[in-house]
Design a binder for this molecule. Structure first.
Ligand SMILES: Cc1cc2nc3c(=O)[nH]c(=O)nc-3n(C[C@H](O)[C@H](O)[C@H](O)COP(=O)(O)OP(=O)(O)OC[C@H]3O[C@@H](n4cnc5c(N)ncnc54)[C@H](O)[C@@H]3O)c2cc1C
Length: 326
């Protein structure tokens, strides 16, 4: 081994997925210690726009395979192409967004390369071995999201491959980049056995929370007396996305991919309004980069007030009913 840190540039319709762009920030943090080159692999019909986007967020070398149609929904073909590319590039690590496509394609790539794949990392750190070689500490929640574990790739099973949860890292600032582009024309595109019948846009997705300017977060305090109905009406009125704490997921009030916190999503909206949330560190870790944070809680000693910019010691039902009457 090894030829730098490589990012999987997931893309649709000629555009780079934001979750892949975020990986450049993760790679840069690794690069600060290892000094490795940051590269990206692109497989797409329209590569040009994607290559331009990658250049402008600091990717230093781009390996591309042009296809006659987009194949990223055809996991069998896509995984073969990407495995062949990675075998040739021989990177020390591969960073993949923990999106449905990233997880599905790269579990197959890992099998083809006979290496490991750590799923859904929320933090990547660099460690040093006794001989001075670097390795990536792949930190992630595990055992039903109840503990944090550090996974390290075993010697002999390189590259170190990991999927990284969207939203944990931010997309780097744009700057004019000057990356080297290598078209890997010798890579064969196999025939896929998957036929795409129809592609439908998702109505409500994790993306809607990650990109929302305003997020209303409901906690266990919203579970009584139909209070969550009021939360939904409130969010609707102000055009906010809805997230929640873990008890909201445990009670199936919201889906898991709307949980905010250490084992859920990290959000960075302009405004976050927190209702009936106590403020446990495992939750506030996921909202600490919010620009303006407002919290409502009946308990004046609630920890949430320590992180809030504005706090209201009040019953959320009263606050919401008054607002909705306006
Ligand atoms: C390893 C690990 C990982 C975890 N990961 C996460 C995570 O990612 N995300 C997460 O959220 N949690 C996570 N948790 C759980 C976390 O520790 C807390 O238990 C959880 O965040 C508490 O949720 P809550 O604030 O909704 O509930 P509670 O702590 O029960 O707080 C409810 C709050 O509502 C207030 N309240 C009640 N009624 C009203 C009312 N009418 N009006 C206003 N306020 C009211 C109460 O005063 C109270 O402060 C994790 C825990 C562990 C151990």
């Amino acid at each position: 081994m090894a030829n730098g840190i490589c990012i999987f540039a997931e893309n649709y319709n000629g555009k780079l997925e934001p979750a892949s762009a975020e990986l450049v920030s993760a790679a840069r943090l690794i690069q600060e210690t290892t000094k490795e080159q940051i590269s990206a692999v692109v497989v797409a019909k329209d590569c040009d726009g994607i290559i331009e986007e990658l250049k402008n967020i600091g990717v230093e070398k781009i390996y591309a395979v042009k296809t006659d149609h987009d194949i990223l929904f055809q996991d069998d073909a896509a995984s073969q192409v990407l495995a062949d590319m990675i075998r040739k590039i021989d990177p020390s690590s591969v960073l993949i967004p923990a999106t449905p496509a990233g997880r599905s394609i790269f579990s197959r790539v890992a099998m083809k390369l006979n290496c490991g794949l750590t799923a859904d990392c929320t933090e990547l750190l660099v460690g040093t071995k006794e001989d001075g070689a670097y390795y990536i500490k792949q930190n992630k929640p595990s055992y039903g999201e109840n503990v944090f574990v550090t996974i390290v790739t075993r010697d002999g099973y390189y590259p170190q491959m990991m999927t990284v949860r969207p939203g944990v890292y931010t997309i780097p600032e744009k700057s004019e980049g000057n990356a080297e582009v290598v078209y890997m024309d010798d890579i064969q595109i196999p025939e896929s056995r998957i036929e795409i019948a129809e592609i439908l846009p998702q109505e409500d997705s994790t993306d809607s929370i990650l990109s929302a300017e305003i997020v209303v977060v409901g906690g266990r305090g919203t579970l009584e007396d139909d209070n969550f109905e009021l939360v939904k009406q409130f969010a609707d009125k102000i055009g906010a996305a809805i997230g929640g704490t873990r008890p909201m997921v445990d009670t199936e009030t919201i889906p898991f991919d709307h949980q905010i916190g250490q084992t859920g999503l990290t959000i960075r909206p302009k405004i976050c309004i927190s209702l009936g949330v106590s403020g446990a560190i495992q939750h506030t870790e996921g909202i600490k980069d919010t620009k303006l944070f407002v919290a409502v809680n009946t308990d004046e000693n609630a920890a949430i007030f320590k992180v809030a910019d504005y706090g209201m010691v009040a019953d959320l039902r009263e606050v919401l009913e008054n607002y909705l009457k306006l």
